[in-house]
Design a protein around this ligand. Structure first.
Ligand code: SAM
Ligand code: SF4
Length: 333
């Protein structure tokens, strides 16, 4: 049972943990190619600090942890981190979101260490477009990583795609065909105003309705009932059990059922991707005047504080909306 219940009655069971803000790609909708405002190394949580926070979270009813970033597979001790989380009593379900570049070598060790599932991001099937979109010529590595995830049995393998007008917005049906052929579960994500370069523009954003219309030119989509707290609206494809998801974060917000909290790689708790408030838990962990029990009690209190301050919605569509100071890569997507 979750003890993390906010003032709107939402119970929180899912913690997204950013392991680093560094990345091996430069997806244009996420960070500029010359981005350099990295979190200082000394501010990044150590693996022991991370484990303490996750243990406290689990004691408060968190039952799913998603490791993300930045690029989580850049963390040199990623396999150890997964193994240690999987070894916590009442271990949470453990998933990871990655750009896939290091997955070929890491998929099997991660599965062996206790990773339950994986999300891989891929926005195009065209190598040249991939290069243009990410500023790196690494398309083949992502494909190899996806094959390795399959061989390691990390099912269901979810693939996340962001469509950008004039760049890859003609690829929705082709991406779905490819995903069906390879038994990946595809989800399109609306571009959100969370990039470090501030390029997001509502006028050019490819909306959930547009994605649905584009897919419907080739596929018959029927809604799947029982969405729960999932950000994705799922649709059955051509009357089969295969599904595709559309995450309409901007035009079809799903805040009413949100069960997610976030921990940044420098130890700040957030109640929402779009929040402008953070609660510092790193400071508690590094307070030498406290013993371990006192640190855990205070971190528990700070989880409660984070949850209580959660707003009913992200407010992107309010005229007064102010985008968060920190980009997605620093918060953890
Ligand atoms: N580096 C990993 C990856 O790309 O999967 C994990 C972190 S990334 C921030 C997590 C997800 O956020 C990816 O699927 C990415 O496509 C998505 N993302 C990043 N910036 C976004 C934006 N501005 N709008 C929507 N999705 C975004
Ligand atoms: Fe890196 Fe993921 Fe952002 Fe792309 S979306 S730049 S892979 S953090």
């Amino acid at each position: 049972m979750s003890k993390l219940i906010d003032t709107y009655g939402r119970a929180h069971r899912n913690l997204r943990v950013s392991l680093t803000d560094r990345c091996s790609l430069r997806c244009t909708y996420c960070m500029p190619h010359d981005f350099a405002a990295w979190i200082p190394n000394d501010d990044l949580l150590t693996t022991n600090e991370l484990l303490t926070i996750i243990e406290v979270a689990v004691s408060q009813g968190i039952d799913e942890v998603r490791l993300t970033g930045g690029e989580p597979l850049l963390r040199p001790d990623i396999v150890e981190i997964v193994g240690r989380i999987a070894g916590i009593p009442n271990a949470p379900r453990l998933t990871l979101t990655t750009n896939g570049l290091r997955l070929e070598e890491l998929a099997q060790p991660l599965a062996n260490a206790g990773l339950n599932r994986i999300n891989v991001s891929l926005d195009t099937l065209d190598r040249e477009r991939f290069k243009k979109l990410t500023y790196r010529d690494r398309f083949d590595d992502v494909i190899a990583g996806l094959h390795a995830a399959k061989a390691a049995g990390l099912f269901p393998i979810k693939v996340n795609s962001v469509l950008l007008q004039g760049v890859n917005d003609d690829e929705a049906p082709a991406l779905l065909e490819w995903a069906l052929e390879n038994e990946y579960s595809l989800r399109f994500i609306e571009q959100m105003p969370l990039d470090a370069g501030g390029i997001w523009d509502r006028a050019t954003m490819v909306s959930a309705d547009q994605i649905f219309a584009e897919l419907s030119t080739r596929y018959a989509l029927t809604p799947v009932d029982g969405r729960g707290s999932s950000p994705a609206e799922e649709f059955f494809i051509n009357g089969t059990q295969a599904t595709v998801g559309i995450i309409g974060s901007v035009t079809r917000p799903f805040c009413g059922a949100c069960d997610r909290l976030r921990l940044t790689s420098d130890g700040q708790l957030r109640s929402c991707l779009f929040s402008n408030e953070e609660v510092d838990v790193r400071k508690v962990l590094r307070d030498d005047s406290r013993d371990d029990a006192s640190k855990r009690n205070e971190i528990t209190a700070r989880f409660q504080k984070t949850v209580i301050s959660k707003l009913p919605g992200h407010g992107i569509n309010d005229p007064s909306f102010i985008a968060p100071v920190r980009p997605m890569s620093a918060i953890g997507g």
